[in-house]
Ligand binder design. Sequence first.
Ligand SMILES: NC(=O)c1ccc[n+]([C@@H]2O[C@H](COP(=O)([O-])OP(=O)(O)OC[C@H]3O[C@@H](n4cnc5c(N)ncnc54)[C@H](OP(=O)(O)O)[C@@H]3O)[C@@H](O)[C@H]2O)c1
Length: 301
Amino acid sequence: MRYLITGATGFIGRHLARHLVERGHHVTALVRRDGRVFGSLTVRGDLVTGEGLAAAVRGVDRVIHLAGVTKAADPRLYALVNTVGTERLLAAVAARPEPPRLVYCSSLAAAGPGRRRHEDDPPAPVSAYGRSKLGGELALREGADRAPAVVVRPPIVYGPGDREFLPRLATAVRAGLLPAVGRPGPRHYSLLHVDDLCRALLTAADSGAPGATYHVSDGVEHLWDDIGATAAEVLGRRPPRVVHIPLRLALTVARTLGGASALNPGKVAEAAHPAWTSAVGRLPFGPCVPLAEGLRTALAP
Ligand SMILES: NC(=O)c1ccc[n+]([C@@H]2O[C@H](COP(=O)([O-])OP(=O)(O)OC[C@H]3O[C@@H](n4cnc5c(N)ncnc54)[C@H](OP(=O)(O)O)[C@@H]3O)[C@@H](O)[C@H]2O)c1
């Protein structure tokens, strides 16, 4: 089968390209700059300008849409890429005589915080990022009569090559202090190893119902302390102590550091909520990588 991956040069995209090539599929990668993507044909294009999208979707059977902005100096960029960019991709897909199936990698951020969030819960994002990912979902829903689209909402995704979550976790563990924004109390997170996300995206591409939204995770509600302790074991360190950072202080630091840093006002708004977990979703997919194993392969020296 012929797949187009947008965001193929990113953390998840590079893994997805490998999964597809190893399964014998042909992969076209939408890229903004010259560069190679494992086993793939590359097509230059940009979601913001729409350049290259018509050529990229030509002849493909499936589109997996990963391209997106997860942190931005200018918050308007979230909507421009994640919402408007998704609309542009939808338009290119819909212009095909037989539009290929499109799988959109949204985010639990589009659903909003809380424990065991279900696909049918009304979405309540708390950041510009979450609102922009929801905007992409809504664009696809509105265009459902023009192209078949399936939405997948992963939680925090981790694995080799992750430049966000794991480096921060490892640094915190080495310092012996695990930061938590807001009031003291337990914090719960859903997680998913990148290989499991790739399997989920391919399941969604094969058997997801057009118009459906699927939550995916490793099925465990992880406590922040347990995530820290598991990472510490892998790194041969003592379990770190959770330190609570008052919301006001975290926001001041975030405003000083600026929007494109890992600690930006939007991330603080998300981090201030003590739970970001999803209920086991409806997609017929079973995760294979437990946290300890996933952290061992990604973090072990
Ligand atoms: N990582 C997570 O924990 C996580 C969790 C839930 C959902 N997601 C979603 O998963 C997707 C991929 O995440 P990731 O962690 O792999 O992100 P990433 O490493 O930051 O990769 C983002 C990708 O999007 C591309 N891109 C950005 N703006 C573009 C534009 N205007 N036109 C075309 N391509 C553009 C980037 O291309 P360049 O290489 O040219 O910059 C890159 O290939 C995102 O949509 C994100 O919202 C991620």
